[in-house]
Design a protein around this ligand. Structure first.
Ligand code: RAM
Length: 337
């Protein structure tokens, strides 16, 4: 009887060990760092990590500085290194500013991924992005150009002045404005920075409206800035005269899109972005996937994602799914994004 019991116990134990072993992330910890706390976009990103954690069994911690600073992010990263995380997933406020601390982490065997906003090539193993920067930039430019009839004054209300992702998109927007004949009647006024802060984004928009009475278009490539700019256009009684577009969540822009402030805004799924980044990180720690040009990874729902060289000399991986929100479809999105 004792023997049978021992065999049964051994069987149960090995079965449960097998169940544990089946989860690729078991025993691993991911440290997620984002640009700032309190940003609904990054909360959605964390939801994506959480979904992956359920499937893969890893633990995760997440944080971002209140003030969107590079120093604040560096402190969080050091804390995560001390905690002994296995993977760092960083959306940077300053692409160059985190290179040193990231290389300290890599020297200790931590996999360093950037997601959403890159860490410079020399400080990361791989950058995971929603889509190519040119596609994201030009999509917004073409949309606002169409809204304003391809002529008139246009400005950009961005996030922080050093924000890596916004600056890349803006670079491509500016290049198109200079070189593409179809935008030659657009008078480009330049960029102002709302620092991903609602009040500051509102205030800089108000200053632009006061300074340029003929202003026709605004591009707002930040989810925190979008609703602040839209509210300002409404409060100033400029609906119809000034149009905006940008990268926004659906739920906090729906009333403005339906109210005519924007014909269309765009975004990818930050949930998917977090989800895929987590899968990539776990596969890299386990040695199942190497960040090398041409390697591919299968993530549930995202098969065959390929590592390609990026413009900054590093490596990048794209999800390549961009969505547009209009008065017709925005209500279908508000419970999702
Ligand atoms: C803000 C952040 C983020 C950016 C989105 C579009 O939430 O700046 O980095 O990707 O907007």
């Amino acid at each position: 009887m004792k023997k049978i019991l021992a065999i049964v116990l051994a069987l149960v134990l090995s079965l449960s060990l097998m169940a544990v072993a089946e989860k690729a992330g078991e025993g691993l910890t991911i440290g997620i760092v984002y640009k700032q706390s309190g940003n609904a976009y990054f909360q959605a990103g964390v939801d994506g990590f959480a979904k992956a954690a359920e499937e893969l069994g890893f633990e995760f911690v997440h944080d971002g500085p209140e003030d969107s600073s590079n120093d604040g992010q560096e402190r969080i990263i050091r804390n995560y290194i001390d905690m002994g995380v296995d993977v760092l997933c960083i959306s940077a406020n300053d692409a160059a500013g985190l290179v040193d601390v990231c290389n300290e982490a890599r020297a200790q065997g931590i996999v360093v991924l950037s997601w959403d906003a890159k860490v410079d090539a020399e400080g990361r193993d791989l950058d995971v992005e929603p889509a190519g920067a040119k596609a994201i930039g030009v999509q917004q430019l073409e949309s606002i150009a169409e809204s304003i009839g391809y002529e008139g004054q246009l400005a950009i209300v961005s996030a922080g002045a050093t924000a890596p992702n916004q600056n890349l998109w803006i670079g491509f927007i500016e290049e198109e404005l200079k070189t593409n004949e179809k935008y030659s009647k657009i008078e480009y006024l330049g960029v102002v920075y709302g620092d991903d802060d609602y009040t500051k984004s509102y205030d800089v928009t108000k200053s632009l409206i006061d300074k340029y009475p003929d202003l026709k278009g605004l591009i707002v490539p930040t989810t925190n800035g979008g609703p602040a700019v839209a509210k300002c256009i409404m409060d100033e009684g400029k609906v119809g005269q000034i149009k905006m577009t940008g990268l926004t969540l659906a739920h906090d822009m729906a009333e403005y899109i339906k109210g005519g402030v924007a014909d269309a805004t765009f975004l990818w799924s930050p949930i998917d972005l977090g989800y895929v980044t987590a899968y990539v990180g776990v596969a890299m720690v386990n040695g199942e996937f190497k960040a090398e040009e041409g390697t591919t990874i299968d993530v549930p729902g995202f098969e065959g994602l390929e590592v390609i060289p990026s413009d900054d000399g590093g490596l990048i991986l794209y999800l390549n799914k961009l969505f547009g929100f209009t008065a017709e479809n925005v209500d279908d999105w508000i419970d999702i994004l």
